[in-house]
Design a protein. Structure first.
Length: 214
């Protein structure tokens, strides 16, 4: 994603009431950052410009939502979009996904969303894929016992790699489609910016929902 540099981005994020900077201060108590702390916590990894979160937090007010993003420019756009909704169940975390286990406690997350993550196609970069075993072990640790994970991608290679990694690393499959927009899951799907871009070119969207095996 190429966005023009915003010289005010850092300042906006540092001072915005909906944004937390990577911190372990709320580890285990993220829900208390929301007006309804009893609601389950859903986390999108790599929120980008934030369309999904703004729409999902409106569609599911009975859930709390956090978007994680490390790059300032898209995050500012996401935060402004989220602010417009006036939803109280929506926050943003300015951090690197690599720090996930420092920021969240065991069992704290109801659902992770991986939306159009970088496929890192070169074999030597496989460890950077967000469905590499080291990441899957972290998600397992942080997910609530009834929690799950949803992945959407336009990359067939990332999709097939992810299916293999889920199988090999103790996840069970709840749903999947190689053409989400023409599947039985289409009606409940909330699109992201990247998803709309790829779908408008006629590309299929790959989808899978998994949960850790008990
Ligand atoms: C391809 S974009 C997808 C954005 C959005 N999810 C969508 O579907 O439209 C991936 C996003 O993940 C963010 N990202 C990649 N690696 C990250 C990391 N290690 N920590 C936090 N954000 C990351 C990027 O900055 C980028 O905004």
């Amino acid at each position: 994603m190429r966005l023009r540099r915003n010289p005010h981005a850092k300042e906006i994020l540092m001072n915005h009431p909906l944004v937390d900077v990577a911190t372990n201060h709320h580890k285990g108590s993220w829900k208390s950052r929301f007006s309804n702390p009893h609601n389950p916590l859903n986390v999108e990894l790599g929120t980008g410009k934030g369309q999904f979160l703004a729409k999902a937090s409106s569609a599911y007010p009975e859930m709390n939502w956090i978007g994680i993003e490390k790059i300032e420019e898209p995050l500012v756009k996401a935060v402004l979009k989220g602010t417009e909704t006036e939803n109280e169940n929506l926050r943003y975390l300015w951090m690197d996904i690599l720090e996930l286990t420092e920021v969240f406690a065991e069992g704290e997350v109801n659902r992770f969303y991986l939306h159009f993550s970088d496929p890192w196609p070169k074999a030597r970069h496989a460890k950077r894929r967000l469905t590499a075993p080291s990441f899957l072990n972290q998600y397992k640790q942080l997910l609530h016992p009834d929690g799950d994970l949803i992945l959407k991608t336009d990359s067939l290679s990332l999709y097939e790699y992810s299916l293999e990694m889920f199988t090999d690393n103790g996840f069970e499959f709840l749903a999947s489609s190689r053409d989400l927009h023409h599947s039985i899951y289409a009606s409940e799907n909330i699109t992201t910016e990247y998803e709309e871009k790829f779908a408008s070119r006629g590309n299929p969207i790959y989808y899978v929902k998994v949960k850790p095996c008990k």
